[in-house]
Design a protein around this ligand. Sequence first.
Ligand code: ATP
Ligand code: MG
Length: 276
Amino acid sequence: MIEIRGIRKTYPDGTEALRGVSHRFSEHVTCILGRNGAGKTTLIRILSTQLLPTSGAAVVNGYDVVSQPGRVRGIISSIPQEAKPSGIATPMEHCMMYLSARGMGLSEAERESRRALKALDLTEVMDKPADELSGGTKRKLFVAMALASRAEIIFLDEPTTGLDPISRLEVWSAIKKLKSQVILTTHYMEEAKVLSDEVVLVEGGRIITHGTVAQLLAPFKGKVRIEGDGGRYRLGGLSFSYVDKAKAKRFVGKNVTIKPVDLEDIFVTRGIKVED
Ligand SMILES: Nc1ncnc2c1ncn2[C@@H]1O[C@H](COP(=O)(O)OP(=O)(O)OP(=O)(O)O)[C@@H](O)[C@H]1O
Ligand SMILES: [Mg+2]
C-alpha cells in the first residue's frame, strides 16, 4: 500500500511538475493515466526513491521515501520510462544479475528468470546479446526483470509503449498473474481498461479524478459521443458533445461522427459532469 500526502515537485528550472497530490494506492493494479507532461513519471520517480519531492510525504508499505529510501528500495522494483538494456549480456544474464543484486539466491534467480522470460515469450532470445534484440524486445526484457523480482510493489513507467499488439497482451497477462502490487503509467485507454483495478487520472500535476473504469465512465452511461461542429467540448481541433443514445438518431445523416463513449472521454471532459 502506498500513501501520498501533498506531494509537490518543482524542478530547479521552476517547472511545477506536481502541485500537491494525495492518494492511497491500495489496489492490486493501479493505472496512472495522463497526457504528455502530466507528471506521471515525476510521481513514479518519487515513489521509487529516484527523485526527492519538494514537499509532502509518501509512505510505501510502511516506509518513508525520503527518510527510509533504502528500505523502500528493498521492497520495490521499478522500470523507468524508455529504459532499455544494452551491451553483450543476454536476457538470461540480465535477469540473473538483477535478481542476484537484489539478494535472491542463484537457483531461485534462475527459476524466476526462466519463468519471467517464458511469460513474455523471450525464451528463444534469452541467449542473444541485448544489443542484438529489437527495441520492443529490449523493453519486454526490462518488464521481465521487474516481474521476476517478486518485489512487493512494482512500478512500470509505460511498460508497453512501442510494443506490438501481441507483445502487449503478453505483458498484460504477465502483470495480471503477479501477486505484487503494480503501479503503472500508460497512455493506452485499452491497457487501463484491461488491467486496472483503479485508474488515477493525472493532469497538470494534479490528480483530477480516480476510481474503477466503471465508476469513471458512470456519468456517460447510456450516452454516445457526437463529433462535429458546435459541440460543447473541444480538443485537438475537434469539437464534440455527448447525447443519450436514444437521441443520437437525429444526428444520422448530418456531418458528424457518432462514437461509443470510452475512457478517453474522461480526459476530454476532465471529469466535468456531462449533460445533454
Ligand atoms: N528534469 C526536469 N527538469 C525540468 N522539468 C522537468 C524535468 N523532468 C520533467 N520535467 C517537466 O515536468 C513536467 C512533468 O513531466 P513528467 O515527465 O513527469 O510527465 P509525464 O506525465 O511522465 O509525461 P509523458 O507521458 O510524456 O512521459 C513536464 O512539464 C516536464 O517537462
Ligand atoms: Mg513519463
